[in-house]
Write a protein that binds this ligand. Sequence first.
Ligand code: NAI
Ligand code: MG
Length: 505
Amino acid sequence: MSTTSDDGAETAESIRSRHREAADDVVPEHTQLYIGGEWQDAASGETFDTLNPTTGEVLASVARGGEADVDRAVEAARDAYDEEWSETSRAERQAILTEIADRVEEHQEELATLETLDNGKTLMEARIDVEGVAEQFRFFAGATNSRSGHTRDEPGVHGEVIREPYGVVGQIIPWNFPLAMASWKLAPALAAGNCSVLKPAEQTPLSVLRFLEIVDDVVPDGVVNVVTGYGEEAGDPLSRHEGVRKLAFTGSTAVGKQIMRNAAENVTDVTLELGGKSPIVVHADADPEEAVGVIAMAIFANTGECCEAGSRLFVHEDVAEPILEGLIGAAEGMTVGDPLKEETDVGPKVSQEQVERTMRYLESAKEGGATFLAGGDAPDDEALAGGCFVTPTLVEGLDHDHEAVQEEIFGPVLEVFRWDDYDEMMELANDVDYGLAGGVITNDLELADRTARDIEAGYIWVNTWHEMSPGLPYGGYKQSGIGRELSVETLDYYTQAKSVKYGLE
Ligand code: NAI
Ligand code: MG
């Protein structure tokens, strides 16, 4: 095959040509702003490049949206809301969301490949993401009928509570699950009857643009608008726009706080899904082999770029040896490499900036006296030298108040702590600013229940990780966020209550 060297081994060139070929098939035709159902250049005429983190090559140039574009998009959303969308029935919206789900399923492999090229996640992971996108639209198609207002009556009193959409919502999403995060935002917003202005992350705009090409004739003009661009240039004006009546953001805690400050200018309602530093608690009765499988998935899936990753392991002393031995084997046995290849377990991180961030934390961990049980560097493979690769890493021996333990690394880095006193362990497990998720590994139902209740976080896994079913609300305690996604109550966050009181004589 021309894509490998003479001895059949992978080379940087063989990876590049595989990726160029795939890109030719799936990079969208339109890489502009999507406003009022039309593809438009940015008002400034400027573009920016999105890169392929496996090869470092440019995948596409995309419109660089700014304040004037946000203004146009909000206006288009408002017009669509006033003229058409606010008049739609639940059944009409349900049919549209269902058709979107069908289209996504028809284009699954293409969307997954595009996600792999733009983000670096493995094709296997990208396929799961795209399945989840269809599931999300299907769930909220059904959920449109699950919420409505109610009446309040007693002798001499009659009133009704109407749940009204906000009209125009602004939605800002990150790069770790680009299309999935778009669906988490768009599906409930549309189901509840809102129009959206969505800003994808600058690292990964392409799958959302291709998605809009695919559903262009399904969604009425102006109901979904996409402004691509940088956070400061396109996200910031969106979060300050007085025509936006509700903001939803997923990303870093620092930017989440800024969004909340911006929202305060117009007293705009806001939901936030921010970072995490989630504890995995392993009890003494855990089966080591099963525990290793769950832990490896918790931290290494999606190259550790998951807000809900299990990144702090609290393992009971009695089972620490076999579990750590198993984890070292798992980490060292993982295939790090080209995410388009089926046998790859761990793809690149999304960007060089993210590699540097992870490496800064690993440097700091070394200075803090950490022992590296596995990984901690770039893979020793010439073919991967042009990409954003980091090896699966296990670290032990850090103080729990060290910055590498307290802060979100967002890479394939697990920090290990051994325990024998439950209360002391739980104090540490909860001793972070975050509270997004957590997990417990045990076969004892009472222990599972107790630990699930003791962890201060919004989502707890028992003997598994990352699995999220629509219907189970997802969101954070503490500085991990405000609000809940993925469930029928999400619709409450996209509507506001209006009371109508009748005067009865
Ligand atoms: P970020 O929070 O800057 O980016 C998320 C989104 O916010 C992007 O669409 C970005 O363009 C936008 N944004 C950035 N600055 C903005 C501003 N001033 N106003 C409005 N929108 C703005 O995250 P970044 O810098 O890409 O990653 C930094 C760290 O954040 C990661 O290493 C990770 O720890 C965390 N993160 C957490 C995520 C999560 O799912 N909770 C997702 C992505 C990052
Ligand atoms: Mg990219």
